[in-house]
Design a protein around this ligand. Sequence first.
Ligand code: GRF
Length: 210
Amino acid sequence: MPERARLRVGVLASGRGSNFQSMVTAAAEGRIPAEVVLLLSDRPGAGALEFARARGIPAEVVEPREHPGREAHDKALIDLLEARRVGLVCLAGYMRILGSGFVEHFRGRLLNIHPSLLPAFPGLHAQRQALEHGVAVAGATVHFVDEGTDTGPIVVQAAVPVLPDDTEASLSDRILAAEHRIYPEAIRLFAEGRLRIEGRRVRILEEGRA
Ligand code: GRF
């Protein structure tokens, strides 16, 4: 069987970029048949940019004020991603809402990670929401992106316990460790062509069936 070409992945990140790092590392170590070919950020100070540059990964800042209006900003992002011929776009702590044009353009090849067991606690401060609600189990979710906030079809989830003395920081750290496992895992499944979106559900095909 001819070897499948490595999936070209573009990543959008606003912050420290630990999820971005986990996918770059997984790809570099050959754990996923993918290559991170572009990092885009809306914040010039994002830690993710520093890591990308140190690794020689093309990285660009697209500041919203340079492209006033959501459509213009989205178009700038789409153009850069298309110029690098990405097959998958991963949101990794990207703090801006993307317009429906962007979502439509990359539908079915746009993933996000969220630090809760969705559909519980969408939106900001998911770990704090989980603590305040008093749940015993928290976790992380990788999902396809649709027009809603953290509402798209779920690909992979991981659960972690909430411990009696947890603070927002300690729970966030435990969830983050799970994030670093499941995001590369979801990308691997996508890269292997094993994800089928069927309505709200994502079917994972057996290895070798894709
Ligand atoms: C992660 O908790 C992710 O789930 C959320 O934003 C955070 C980003 O962290 N969407 P990092 O920048 O990847 O370290």
